[in-house]
Design a protein around this ligand. Structure first.
Ligand code: IPD
Ligand code: CA
Length: 266
C-alpha cells in the first residue's frame, strides 16, 4: 500500500528507494529455492539474495553519490575521501530468511563522519518501513513512533540475541540471559537486531540487549531508536557507537534497572 512519507528529504528518499528495490527482490524470491552457504561458522549464513540485494542497494546509491564511502556486510568496503559513509545490511536476519521465517529486514544508514544522519529498516514481507532522519523524529510508514512509557522493568517485554560464538560465552551472554529469565521477565529472540531496535523504537518492545553485533546490524536502528526517544548504551552505560561490543537499548525509563540487572549478581 503506498503511503506518504512524513519527511521530505533527498537523502532519505534515496535510502528508502534503495531499501524498497532490494525489498522487492527479497519478497518475490523469499519462498523459492536459493543457494545458501556458511561463512564464519556452520550457522553463519549467506544466501544468493544477500548478495543480490546488496548489489542493488550499492548500485542505486552510487548512481547518485559515486564518491561516497560504503560499508556492507557481504563485500569489501569502498573507501574514499568523502565524509559520507553508507552502512548497509542487505538482509539482517539471514538465518530467518534462509529458513523462510518472515522476520528479517534491510538496514541502511548514512553517516556523516561518525554521526548517523539517516536510518531505514524495512521488512518487505510485512511492508513495514521504519525510518528516521537526525532531528526529525522516527516513523513507521505514515505514522510517527515513540518508545513505550513503561517504568516498571519487571513488566517489560524484552528481546535479545546471541552471537554465533555463544559456545565461547562472549561477555557472559548466557549468564546474562539467565539473570533476566530467572526474574520471570518475558524475553523474545527474533533474529534481526535491526528489527529489534525498530520494535523498541515503536514501543512494541521495551528493551533489547546483545553482544558482538556488527556496525551494519545496528547503524540504522540506533538512529531510529534515538529519534523515537529511546536510549542506547553499552553494558557500562557509556554512549553506544557502531563499534561497541555490547548493546543495551530501551525506552529510557527502565534503562538503569536493566543495566543493574545485566551487571548485577543474580
Ligand atoms: C544477525 C542478526 C541477529 C543477531 C546476530 C546477527 P545477520 O545478523 O542481527 O539478530 O543475533 O548476532 O549476526 O547475520 O542476519 O545479518
Ligand atoms: Ca546480513
Amino acid at each position: 500500500m503506498p503511503f506518504e512519507f512524513k519527511i521530505n528529504s533527498k537523502l532519505l528518499n534515496i535510502t528508502i528507494n534503495s531499501a524498497q528495490k532490494a525489498g522487492k527482490i527479497l519478497k518475490d524470491n523469499f519462498l523459492t529455492d536459493y543457494k545458501i552457504t556458511s561463512k564464519t561458522s556452520l550457522n553463519d549464513l549467506v544466501t544468493e539474495y544477500d548478495l543480490k540485494a546488496e548489489k542493488i542497494i550499492v548500485e542505486n546509491i552510487l548512481s547518485v553519490f559515486p564518491d561516497h564511502q560504503i560499508l556492507t556486510e557481504e563485500s569489501d568496503p569502498k573507501l574514499s575521501d568523502s565524509e559520507y559513509k553508507w552502512i548497509i545490511d542487505p538482509i539482517d536476519g539471514t538465518v530467518n530468511f534462509a529458513h523462510k521465517l518472515p522476520i528479517f529486514s534491510i538496514s541502511i544508514a548514512l553517516f556523516k563522519e561518525d554521526q548517523p544522519l539517516i536510518g531505514v529498516v524495512f521488512n518487505p514481507i510485512t511492508d513495514e518501513l521504519f525510518y528516521a532522519e537526525k532531528g526529525k523524529g522516527a516513523y513507521l510508514n505514515e505514522r510517527s513512533i515513540k518508545v513505550s512509557n513503561l517504568s516498571n522493568y519487571m513488566k517489560a517485554l524484552l528481546v535479545t540475541g546471541f552471537p554465533y560464538n555463544s559456545d565461547k560465552n562472549p561477555m557472559n551472554a548466557i549468564e546474562v540471559f539467565g539473570k533476566v529469565i530467572r526474574k520471570g521477565i518475558p524475553v523474545r529472540r527474533l533474529g534481526s537486531a535491526a528489527l529489534d531496535l525498530a520494535f523498541v523504537a515503536a514501543g512494541r518492545l521495551d528493551g533489547f540487549w546483545e553482544v558482538g553485533l556488527k556496525p551494519w546490524d545496528v547503524a540504522a536502528g540506533m538512529l531510529i531508536l534515538k529519534e523515537a526517544g529511546g536510549i542506547i548504551t553499552d553494558y557500562e552505560g557509556k554512549d553506544f557507537t557502531i563499534n561497541s561490543q555490547s548493546l543495551l537499548a530501551s525506552n529510557g525509563s527502565i534503562h538503569n534497572d536493566l543495566l543493574g540487572l545485566i551487571n548485577g549478581g543474580h
